[in-house]
Write a protein that binds this ligand. Structure first.
Ligand code: PNS
Length: 175
């Protein structure tokens, strides 16, 4: 049985920090599912289909998929449209969740979820510390920087930067 992990999140949009966590998880597990999950407490900028497309394009840019991939694990992208995360884990045979954390604030937010997921179905959470070069990068900050006309190419893939620039222009035109 391959060791399978699920890396869930809003990924609205995926950043280089998220991609670094996915790549590092891919060195620990044989299969990693990046899972776009609807978080009811957030109003997403991109639809789940757009987020999946941006993740796929970013993985390709980073050579984390396809024949030239730089990690040995299989990285897949999927969406969870309602229902419990642990049910998705059961469905695909995953025994672990992967979460990245930048600071203790992230850990405070993640810890109860990790405990509930273990309680519900025995699914363990593996926490991977963010590389300090990505420590200040978040999806909300990159959206804000792009909306204000800043350069986000240091924080996201080229495909995601283009999507953010065009979303910023649309929002400006509608304002
Ligand atoms: O990137 P985010 O928005 O911080 O991710 C939060 C997410 C999607 C991982 C969290 O909301 C989640 O796990 N949702 C799945 C629903 C679920 O199973 N909830 C019960 C256990 S936490």
């Amino acid at each position: 049985m391959p060791s399978i992990a699920v890396y869930p999140g809003s990924f609205d949009p995926i950043t280089l920090g998220h991609l670094d966590i996915a790549a590092r998880a891919a060195n620990l597990f044989e299969e990693v599912h990046i899972l776009v999950v609807h978080n009811p407490s957030k109003a997403p900028r991109f639809s789940s289909e757009e987020r999946v497309e941006l993740i796929r394009a970013s993985l390709a840019e980073m050579k984390l998929d396809g024949p030239a991939k730089t990690v040995s694990a299989k990285i897949m992208v999927d969406t969870l449209d309602g229902g419990l995360l642990v049910n998705y884990c059961k469905m695909v045979g995953a025994t672990a969740l992967v979460k990245g954390f930048r600071t203790s604030v992230d850990l405070d937010y993640e810890l109860p979820m990790a405990q509930v997921n273990r309680d519900l179905a025995g699914v363990e959470t593996v926490f991977i510390p963010a590389d300090p070069i990505h420590g200040h990068v978040s999806s909300s900050l990159v959206k804000q920087v792009a909306d204000l006309g800043g350069d986000v190419t240091k924080y996201v893939s080229e495909a995601t930067a283009r999507a953010l620039t065009s979303s910023a222009a649309n929002r400006k035109a509608q304002a």
